[in-house]
Design a protein around this ligand. Structure first.
Ligand code: DOR
Ligand code: ZN
Length: 416
């Protein structure tokens, strides 16, 4: 099943020397030495691509390492992950960008670094985009520390456009969200927590779209969109011809703020879980194509960090091992989205959004393949996660769609 080429048929696939060597009608491939995996009844698709993960290296290996984070990716069917720059130190230099891709990191999936848009992600001076791109950066962002200044954001969009790089913005006007730890509304009031308004997200998206109008060939990518209001702004801008793309996380189309219950920090992330009307708008945006990609925002944190008062605990949840199951269970089973379209949101479309040369099954491309059972129901157990951290709100959930094998650049990196 290859959404990029429209193929949905019985085929044999041969992986050799790190690449897809052949895709042929059953029984046609002659490869006497080959190890055979019988995928009868299963789906073979392009390896999944997650354009928003926090791998925590360098600097915070107690939460996750590139090795453990990409092992979780492989278990979830992902063969490519884009690594966010909010590491310690911040990935704002070509040396760090290169270090993250070195074979010594022991990655089980291809790591595409997204480097910092400004030095130290302080929002003041641009980093060297040409040098970062040369070192392997596929985009720039100050994820988690949105670029607020109009002048510097305009400068970033211009400098990135000249190099054909997207600028990714975590859209949150942090001047409006100080001390906030969940979505604004009745629930926050009842729990005695300060809430982030919908406008803190949508107003920054609107500001960025205004700036984008002034930049020839500029490309803005909105990270983890969570509100109807911001989605509507993107929809309108795209209709007006702007090059804007956007992503949504599985948790923002699966959960609402109710999941916080009595201060469960495994339901605390940024952007926060929203109201039901916003969740429904995310489903709508996925169904009508406005949302380009499902991206996990995989954000591991150690147990001792999450086991604190709600407003002191760090933002973020893990997501690599539950994304495919949630997408199939909610989009395909509940909302009847055809499976190839679900897979496109997890492979070819995110690849296209960030200009990655991946996400297709064709002879000659890197041997990135996921094999999964689209009908199998299974229970996700956080305890058994490959990630070093277990901070997930989906522990114990029954999901449909189970990964059976993942191959990254021709190498089997996961098998169940
Ligand atoms: O939930 C989040 N976690 N949001 C962010 O913006 C940062 C991320 C992290 O690094 O933990
Ligand atoms: Zn973010």
């Amino acid at each position: 099943m290859d959404p990029a080429s429209g193929l949905d048929a019985k085929r044999d696939v041969l992986l050799s020397e790190g690449k897809i060597a052949a895709i042929e009608n059953p029984g046609q491939i002659r490869a006497a030495e080959a190890e055979i995996f019988d995928a009868k009844g299963l789906v073979v698709a392009p390896g999944l691509i997650d354009i928003h993960v926090h791998l925590r290296e360098p600097g915070q290996g107690y939460k996750e390492t590139i090795a453990t984070g990409t092992a979780a990716a492989a278990a979830g069917g992902f063969t490519s992950v884009c690594a966010m720059p909010n590491t310690v130190p911040v990935n704002d230099a070509p040396e760090t960008t290169r270090w993250m891709q070195a074979p010594e990191r022991g990655a089980s999936a291809r790591v595409f670094p997204i480097s910092a848009a400004t030095r130290g992600s302080m929002g003041e001076a641009l980093t060297d985009y040409a040098a970062l791109k040369k070192a392997g950066a596929v985009a720039v962002t100050d994820d988690g520390k949105p670029i607020l200044g109009d002048d510097i954001m305009l400068e970033a969009l211009r400098a990135a456009a000249a190099l054909d790089l997207p600028v990714i913005q975590h859209a949150e006007d942090t001047r409006l969200t100080g001390g906030c730890s969940m979505n604004a509304g009745v629930l926050a009031f009842r729990l005695g927590l300060r809430g982030m308004s919908v406008e803190a997200e949508s107003s920054l998206v609107e500001r960025d779209l205004d700036l984008l109008k002034r930049v020839k060939h500029g490309h803005l990518h909105v990270a983890h969109l969570s509100t109807k209001k911001a989605l509507d702004a993107v929809r309108a801008a795209r209709r007006a011809g702007l090059h804007v793309t956007c992503e949504v996380t599985p948790h923002h189309f699966a959960l609402t703020e109710d999941r916080i219950g009595l201060y469960d920090t495994n339901a605390k992330m940024n952007p926060p879980l929203r109201a039901e009307s916003d969740r429904a708008a995310m489903i709508e945006g996925l169904l009508d194509g406005t949302l380009d990609a499902i991206a996990t925002d995989h954000a591991p944190h150690a147990a001792h960090e999450k086991e604190q008062e709600f407003d002191r605990a760090p933002n973020g949840i893990t997501g690599l091992e539950t994304a495919l199951g949630l997408a199939i269970s909610i989009l395909h089973v509940r909302h009847k989205m055809p499976l190839p379209r679900v897979l496109a949101l997890l492979s070819s479309r995110p690849a296209q959004a960030l200009g990655l040369n991946r996400g297709i099954l064709a002879p000659g491309v890197p041997g990135d393949v996921v094999v999964f059972d689209p009908a199998e129901k299974w229970v996700f157990q956080a305890e058994g996660s490959r990630s070093k951290s277990k901070n997930t709100p989906f522990d114990g959930w029954e999901l449909q769609g189970r990964v059976r094998l993942t191959a990254s650049e021709g190498r089997v990196v996961f098998r169940s």
